[in-house]
Structures are given as structure tokens and as C-alpha cells.
Write a protein that binds this ligand. Structure first.
Ligand SMILES: [Fe+2]
Length: 185
């Protein structure tokens, strides 16, 4: 006679096994891609804070974006574990997101903050599309929890993208006015 604990274990395994391995693994892979994207973004945003020091509102927005991305990364990491996967950063996905930032980090250009905001806006849209895809894949394998999480994170990305978009004109106006003053001086 199997013990109650062993039975529970078997039932649990049966439940997980009912999802075909290859489709579940695909969801885990994409969750890991999303995790890599969040981690790359956290790193990049961290490097932007200093460039925004003359704009307290923008600086605050970037800092809040870092916090939000960290929470999202935790949520994604937990879902990977719940599905029996192991959270890992996939270099290729990180590379894709970092492509947005290439050549930008080291340049001492005075328009760096504007370029950061443009790249951040693009990154949010890439994340929105990724979570849309992931939500659908999760629904396909009947994983409603992952699907709900993706929908929730996607909403946050939409809101953050909007904030970034609204911040751009103010920074550009200020930058152009400074340029004009420099020329006049
Ligand atoms: Fe995010």
C-alpha cells in the first residue's frame, strides 16, 4: 500500500505530466527569455539614472521602472519554478534587448538621456509583444496562472511605455532650448 504522502506525490506528478513536455518546455523557454529581458533592462536602467540627474521626475520614473522590472523578474522566476523549470539567463535574449542600447552607453553625447528614453520606449514595446505571445502559449497549455501573470505584467509595460512617451517631448524641448542658448552665447 503506498503511503498518503507517496500518493499525493504521484497525483502531483500526474497533474504536471498531463501537460505535454514539449509544449510546457517551450513556455519555460519563453519565460526564461522574458526573465533575461527584464534582467538586461534592470542593468541598463541602472546605468541611466545618473544621466537623468538634472530631471528629478525622469530620474524617479527610471528608478520606479527598475523596481517594477525587479518585481516582474521575481514573478517570472517563480512561474518558471512552478512549471518545473530552472530560471536561467539566456545570453541570446539579453543580446537582443541590449542591441537597443548598443553604442549608446559609452558615448559622452549630451543627448544621451533622449536616446535612453527612445530605447526604453522600444524595450517596453518589445516586452509587451513578448508577454502577449507568452500569455497565448500559457493558455494553450492550460496554465491559467502564467497567462494571468503575463496579462498583468503586460498592462504594467503598457503604462510604463506611456509614461516614457510622455516624458520625451519635455526633455527634447529642454535640450533644444539649451542648444539654442549655447549657440547664442
Ligand atoms: Fe518589464
Amino acid at each position: 500500500m503506498p503511503t498518503a504522502a507517496a500518493l499525493r506525490e504521484t497525483n502531483h506528478e500526474r497533474k504536471v505530466v498531463t501537460m505535454p513536455h514539449h509544449t510546457r518546455d517551450q513556455v519555460i523557454n519563453w519565460l526564461n527569455d522574458a526573465l533575461s529581458a527584464e534582467e538586461a533592462l534592470i542593468q541598463n536602467l541602472g546605468q541611466q539614472v545618473d544621466d537623468a540627474k538634472e530631471y528629478p521626475q525622469i530620474k524617479k520614473m527610471i528608478e520606479e521602472h527598475i523596481q517594477e522590472s525587479k518585481q516582474q523578474a521575481d514573478m517570472v522566476r517563480n512561474r518558471i519554478k512552478a512549471l518545473g523549470g530552472s530560471p536561467s539567463s539566456v545570453k541570446t535574449a539579453v543580446g537582443k534587448v541590449q542591441g537597443y542600447f548598443q553604442g549608446m552607453g559609452m558615448k559622452p553625447a549630451d543627448d544621451r538621456l533622449i536616446k535612453h528614453l527612445i530605447a526604453d520606449h522600444a524595450a517596453e514595446h518589445m516586452e509587451m509583444a513578448s508577454y502577449t505571445a507568452l500569455e497565448e502559449a500559457a493558455k494553450f497549455i492550460g496554465d491559467n496562472e502564467t497567462a494571468a501573470m503575463c496579462a498583468q505584467i503586460r498592462q504594467q509595460e503598457v503604462a510604463t511605455a506611456k509614461k516614457i512617451e510622455q516624458a520625451i517631448p519635455m526633455v527634447v524641448r529642454d535640450y533644444m532650448a539649451k542648444k539654442e542658448r549655447q549657440k547664442a552665447a
